[in-house]
Design a protein around this ligand. Sequence first.
Ligand SMILES: [Zn+2]
Length: 82
Amino acid sequence: MPLPNHPKGAILVEFGFPECRKCGNGHLVPLSDFGSQGASITYKAWICTNPQCLFNIKIRNGDLIINEPVSDGSMYTHRAQR
Ligand SMILES: [Zn+2]
């Protein structure tokens, strides 16, 4: 759904991040974390910027985790209601 005054594809170029394949409205942005030893973990997770989507991919202990529910302390808490 391109915005007015934005040629198709302009948003992707602006952000420089890959488009979310699930919703098509957001972009996947990288998140970094810190390990238990305090070492930084660069680009540990990628998450969709669309609050209605929040599709995410992350690595934990070498395992690839796809679309795990977003928990408190992350970018958004929309789905934290329990
Ligand atoms: Zn998405």
